[in-house]
Design a protein around this ligand. Structure first.
Ligand code: HEC
Ligand code: HEC
Ligand code: HEC
Length: 428
């Protein structure tokens, strides 16, 4: 049977997809001339572009730990396979040296390359699309001024059909809304500045919003906490959960505006220090922003309407008792039996850590299994001793019990952690 009905249906579906992709292909060219009339030039323009590139944290994704500045090649593990960031130095052959400012704008705002191919949203153009023409022009000028590096990133290893770039046209038609940030007239200038930074350059929602099956942010759950793969202290990649940044009692409602500002500006606040993936966000980006920009961001973040966590199931007293025993033995010396922490030993775990209260416990389990990796140099030490990694000391049942105990003691009510959830953080 050379051709069954099933084959024909499959062929027809593929044909429709490809045709749609061709039809939807965004036309990136068209206009010529400068993308913005700038009132600054020379060093002032470059300084402005550098500041904005820092706010956008381009270097964290476009520079590997051993590689040259902005030369790309950093690997991203996604559910669809592995892809690499590109070289955005002004090298004419392998970087963006031959790109016009308009071609650069088309990448940032529309996710298209000069050859009209679509870019993958691991490059957060879904947020950068909101950046103004003036700011894109300044970033362009700055990137054209960094030392050129001749280097091609490794070949992507994406699974079929995600390795077909033109199919991204369908994804974009369904999920991508290009467009510059529009200020809300009802809100203050400070709020609008904060929204512009948080939702645009700082792309907080790229990690803090849950994604659907096709990897698109779920708008109705904006900033309420997601999950993605990132590095743990041992160097392996594991799922990380991102806490709820809306103003719920288990989300950013736990922190004052001042505590948010301190955290973004210094990686610390009165009771905790940053650890894990937030280290790069803060150490490479937000801590270099001006006081007024950080204040504006915190102000906007604190205004996000609450997206409540699902009601958590309460653990029984047997599980809590088991967890308490393990806690008092292994954790209480630093975090204290009351969970209040100690200014020299450990952060408080009662009403304060969003990671502890998060509906998804993945990041909290990472902290316990592999130890929380704090930023370290160049910050002066904050704690007398680092926390141990407990992956060899405690088994999955024990970690589940102690995590459940912390999440449901004192004022916390964040639900049960199962041994299966711990196992998932050990092996993928
Ligand atoms: C979260 C990681 C991440 C951040 C942050 C990031 N990029 Fe990228 N960028 C990528 C990845 C991954 C690609 C490759 C996408 C692809 O191949 O489709 C990319 C591609 C690009 C491209 C297309 C280049 C080409 O040759 O196709 C440009 C331009 C670019 N980024 C500029 C920037 C600028 C400017 C910033 C900062 C404002 C930035 N990126 C921040 C991950 C990132
Ligand atoms: C690369 C992904 C990523 C980006 C981008 C990101 N976050 Fe996070 N964030 C995380 C993860 C993962 C956690 C939980 C583990 C940790 O703290 O690193 C987290 C935790 C947090 C916490 C709670 C920290 C705690 O210990 O309770 C706050 C507050 C926060 N992020 C704010 C922000 C803000 C504001 C932005 C934008 C400026 C942002 N994040 C951008 C991944 C990200
Ligand atoms: C030697 C002292 C010490 C011991 C013992 C210890 N911790 Fe920690 N813990 C720390 C330090 C230091 C940090 C990192 C600072 C930070 O993340 O704010 C930390 C961070 C954490 C965090 C992340 C909190 C956040 O949002 O920042 C959790 C969760 C945690 N510890 C749980 C535990 C558990 C569970 C145990 C016992 C199995 C334990 N710790 C044992 C010192 C300790």
């Amino acid at each position: 049977m050379p051709f069954s009905l099933r084959h024909i249906v499959i062929l027809a579906v593929v044909a429709i997809i490809v045709l749609t992709a061709i039809l939807l292909r965004t036309n990136s060219s068209g206009e010529n001339g400068p993308i913005a009339i700038l009132d600054i030039s020379g060093d002032e323009l470059l300084a402005r572009g550098e500041y904005l590139a820092i706010a956008g944290n381009c270097a964290s994704c476009h520079t590997t730990s051993t590689g040259e500045f902005m030369a790309g090649g950093l690997a991203f593990e996604t559910p669809f396979g592995k892809l690499y960031s590109t070289n955005i130095t002004p090298d004419a052959e392998t970087g963006i040296g031959n790109w016009s400012d308009r071609e650069f704008l088309n990448a940032m705002r529309h996710g298209v390359r000069p050859d009209n191919e679509h870019l993958y949203p691991a490059f957060p153009y879904t947020a950068y699309t909101r950046i103004s023409n003036e700011d894109i022009a300044a970033i362009y000028a700055y990137l054209q001024s960094v030392p050129p590096v001749n280097q091609v990133p490794p070949e992507n290893e994406l699974s079929f059909p995600f390795n077909i770039r033109s199919l991204m046209a369908i994804w974009k038609a369904l999920y991508f809304e290009p467009g510059v940030f529009e200020p809300d007239e009802e809100q203050s200038d400070e709020w609008n500045r904060g929204a512009y930074l948080v939702e645009g350059l700082a792309h907080c929602s790229a990690c803090h919003t849950p994604r659907n099956f096709f990897g698109a942010e779920r708008k109705e759950l904006h900033m309420s906490g997601g999950e993605y793969l990132d590095r743990v202290r041992t160097g392996a990649h594991r799922p990380w959960s991102t806490p709820n940044l809306t103003s719920t009692e288990r989300g950013l409602g736990l922190w004052t505006q001042r505590e948010v500002e301190d955290y973004l500006q210094s990686a610390r606040n009165d009771f905790l220090e940053s650890f894990g993936p937030m280290n790069e966000v803060i150490m490479n980006s937000t801590r270099f922003l001006s006081d007024s920009d950080v204040t504006a961001m915190a102000h906007y973040l604190k205004s996000l309407p609450a997206v409540d966590e699902p009601i958590a199931e309460e653990p029984d007293s047997q599980l809590m008792g088991r967890g308490r025993t393990i806690y008092n033995l292994h954790c209480g010396a630093c975090h204290l039996p009351t969970g209040e922490g100690d200014p020299e030993m450990a952060p408080r775990l009662n009403a304060g850590s969003l990671v502890v209260q998060s509906a998804n416990p993945a990041s909290m389990i990472n902290a316990i299994l592999y130890g929380p990796e704090t930023p370290g140099h160049p910050l002066p030490p904050r704690w007398l001793e680092p926390m141990d990694e407990f992956q060899y000391q405690l088994d999955n049942e024990e970690i589940a019990a102690v995590a459940t105990y912390i999440r449901n003691s004192w004022n916390n009510a964040a639900g049960i952690v199962t041994a299966a959830q711990v196992a998932r953080q050990r092996w993928r």
